[in-house]
Design a protein around this ligand. Structure first.
Ligand code: KIV
Length: 271
């Protein structure tokens, strides 16, 4: 088997090169085969199998309840649909914090059972040992700083993080720690644009922003939000590229009407 057949076109190395030449990185979430196929064929650089699946796929209020088995199910579906993009999978809450052996076991399960390319963990210094242990097994790690939704019960709100100097300085330190440990990229979520731009200049690995302004090396959005499937979530940073809620509602009501009025199926649509 050639290396080309097991390594996707977009690699962690390629993302570093993109940062070096100032080429922006486009990342989107996907949680299933059909969506991943569309997103991949459109040319996305990175697909994140985010634990936001807890919200948009499973209907939970927070990302806390999603399990490793659920993430593996979503990740397997995505890797079957995508050939080109780098595929990163979130380690869910409770599978890596405070226990680096558990973290390694969780990451190994993701890699063995899903054929994904990398894992993502939320946090800085507190989870550094877990990050290092996963990296020591040769598994690429993406960091995630700023608003880390798995800590929602600690934060108490989804408001912008790191507005105060102490939290901002900790975030900068954490970004350096993750970069020095060997992470290949870091997500910066919902922090002031100036802080995200500063981190992006200071560390050699790519930063991927969500609600962190235009000064990062790339951007990520949750696909259900940017396609307008999920209409109940409208933060300032979200740009909607379609209104699929409307398109789908119209199609479904049209179908119902056609069935009820015996318009569907017609003679050409039967055997
Ligand atoms: O789970 C997710 O979708 C994420 C992104 C918002 C970065 O972590």
């Amino acid at each position: 088997m050639s290396v080309e057949s097991i390594v996707r076109a977009v690699t962690t190395y390629r993302l570093t090169e993109m940062k070096q030449r100032g080429e922006k990185i486009a990342m989107l979430t996907s949680y299933d085969y059909s969506m991943a196929k569309i997103v991949d064929a459109a040319g996305i650089d990175v697909i994140l199998v985010g634990d936001s699946a807890a919200n948009v796929m499973a209907g939970y209020e927070t990302t806390v309840p999603i399990t490793l088995d659920m993430m593996i199910y979503h990740a397997r579906s995505v890797t079957r649909g995508a050939q080109r993009a780098l595929i990163v999978v979130d380690l869910p809450f409770g599978t890596y914090q405070g226990n680096s052996k558990l973290a390694l076991d969780s990451a190994v399960r993701i890699m063995k059972e899903t054929e994904a390319d990398a894992v993502k963990l939320e946090g800085g210094e507190e989870i550094l040992e877990s990050v290092q242990r996963i990296l020591s097994a040769g598994i690429p790690v993406m960091g995630h700083l700023g608003l880390t939704p798995q800590s929602i019960h600690k934060f108490g709100t989804y408001n912008v993080r790191a507005k105060e100097e102490a939290e901002a300085e900790k975030l900068v330190r954490d970004a350096h720690l993750l970069s020095e440990a060997g992470c290949f990229a870091v997500v910066l979520e919902k922090i002031p644009a100036a802080l995200a731009a500063r981190v992006t200049k200071e560390i050699p690995i790519p930063t991927i922003g969500i609600g962190a302004g235009g000064g990062t090396d790339g951007q990520v959005l949750v696909i259900h939000d940017m396609l307008g499937i999920n209409k109940g979530f409208s933060p300032r940073f979200l740009r909607r590229y379609a209104d699929l809620h409307e398109v789908m509602t119209e199609a479904v009501t049209h179908y119902i009407d056609d069935v009820k009025s015996s318009e569907f199926p017609n003679e050409q649509e039967q055997y």
